[in-house]
Design a protein around this ligand. Structure first.
Ligand code: AMP
Length: 215
């Protein structure tokens, strides 16, 4: 199964992608994660992406395309993948179409995680990752036991560098201006399935499952 997860920053793409990985046994391909790994290893590509990432802007298309191409060539992506955070503008959507046409593996569906703007903002400002378990948590929404469990395990609740208020505002603006138009594009080619992203993780993943069952 080849899926794109579309949705604003904070709509839960990363969390839901992890659920789909468990269900379908196909990898999550997140351009944000790939870029952060490049940054961490201080590669040339990572260093070129850094200023844009810090400011909440999109990094140049050719950089993400290179990362996506490299990632989709790997063996584990042969039977499918979940694209999380790519494409993010029309030009990337066209690049993806061309790339998948070349390897004769078209998309099966694009799932839009649909959520209100003020909930999005809280999800982003409250988002943390446990430094020990890697679990994604939220100081506004996660059960206190889960937050405490991270600390009890000797971990810290780490906030992503680009989850500060100024960058968040920028990322939401970029989404509205550049990524939202993809909803219409994927609707017009009959790939779009809209999923209500409000509610608990399990509720949303149930809805996603339903949307994918009919494929
Ligand atoms: P994410 O983890 O998906 O929220 O991405 C974090 C940051 O990485 C974004 O704010 C962008 O700066 C950059 N980024 C991730 N995916 C893309 C993409 N498809 N195109 C351009 N920039 C991206």
């Amino acid at each position: 199964m080849r899926i794109v997860l579309l949705g604003a920053p904070g709509s839960g793409k990363g969390t839901q992608a992890q659920k789909l990985v468990e269900t379908y046994g196909i990898p999550q391909v997140s351009t944000g994660d790939l870029l952060r790994a490049e940054l961490q290893s201080e590669s040339k590509l990572g260093l070129r992406a850094k200023a844009d990432m810090d400011a909440g802007r999109l990094v140049p298309d050719e950089l993400v395309l290179e990362l996506i191409q490299r990632r989709l060539e790997k063996d584990d992506a042969r039977d499918g993948f979940i694209l999380d955070g790519f494409p993010r503008n029309s030009s990337q959507a066209r690049d993806l179409e061309n790339l998948l046409r070349e390897i004769e593996k078209p998309l099966d569906a694009v799932l839009l995680l649909d959520l209100d703007l003020d909930v999005l903002s809280k999800r982003l400002t409250g988002r943390r990752t446990c430094s020990v378990t890697g679990k994604l948590l939220n100081i506004h929404f996660s059960p206190q036991e889960e937050l405490d469990a991270c600390i009890a395990a000797g971990g810290e609740l780490i906030q992503r560098a680009d989850d500060n208020e100024e960058t968040i505002a920028n990322r939401l603006k970029v989404y509205q201006e550049q990524t939202r138009p993809l909803i219409e594009f994927y609707g017009s080619v009959d790939l779009l399935r809209v999923v209500d992203a409000m509610g608990a993780v399990e509720e949303v993943s149930g809805r996603m499952q339903k949307a994918l069952d009919c494929l």
